[in-house]
Design a protein around this ligand. Sequence first.
Ligand code: FEO
Length: 390
Amino acid sequence: MKEIKKNVFYIGVQDWDRRLFDELIPLPDGTSYNSYLIIGNEKIALIDTADPSKETEFLHKLKVSGIERIDYIISNHAEQDHSGLIPKVVELYPEAKIIANKKGKEMLIDLLQIPEDKFIIINDGEKISLGGKTLEFIFAPWVHWPETMLTYLLEDKILFTCDLFGSHLATSKLFAEEDNKVYEAAKRYYAEIMMPFRANIRNHLKKIENYEIDIIAPSHGPVYNKPNFILNAYKEWISDNVKEEVILPFISMHGSTRAMVEYFIDALIKRGMIVKPFNLTKTDIGELAISLVDASTMVIASPTVLTGPHPHILSVVYLVNLLRPKLKYFSVIGSYGWGRRMFEMIKNMLTNLKVEIIEPVIIKGYPKENDFKLLDKLADEIINKNKKGG
Ligand code: FEO
């Protein structure tokens, strides 16, 4: 246990070598499941638990902590990486009551089959006293599930945010350094988990503006004892500002699309545009997600498999549509042999994005002189639209 403030302890567990979350999201830096113990004069509360894969370590930490009882288990979020060990904690401390909102209770019962009489339901803004330590519950739905909430410890000015402001970063340091490593890990986390809920997060940031916050204590990654570092980063990410950058995910099977991609990259660079290509057979999709947080433009490059895009391209287009980045412009380049439904299939998948589609360049076979001219034209159009769009 590490003391954050007097009688407020961090009892997180580092997952140094976990490399995948949700069987989808790459974790190059591992992750952590942070839990917090708050000891009041009358009551003891535990905020969130840890992933069930870390049962031994987490329960050991509780056992050696010296506490003889837990009165409240606060569940800020019902996802199992934070709630999964609640049933085990209840077994160890049978007098403990679980504090959750109504939606959280329903989800915890569905996911973990916890008996109904173990719960205390709280409302938005409600407070409970532990004796000298007061907890206020701030509802913050959709970061990234419908039941999510924050818990504010009034006397110590600590905001416990669970996934919000989190990062998949295993570290032995309790407090976040203000460096690129922490920034990138937090941005990756935002991109993969929070970006679809930008509008909700904007409202929640407004809501917490009225709170004096000394420390932000998320349930993944390091704790922020200089909260402006992460608050300012979030303000930028959720803003409507975009950077003049072209994100270019591509695949090529026999070299035709690759020839187009290489020419197009040069065409954009010559015109002063920043371009970020991602070969989807090799790329970490987290890197791609990070690049989408503030880019203005995406161009997908795909060969044609039978009549449509390469299946890996479809998977990425599906993901981009789910992530709802603030892209403004979109286009497609690629090559075909006989089937020509690639562009239509990609375009039809972009139901969540408010992008202006720029005329695609889909050519037959290997690119010829006139095809390269079309790529120059596309590059010009992207530059012009970005300049006009500010
Ligand atoms: Fe870290 Fe949504 O769980």
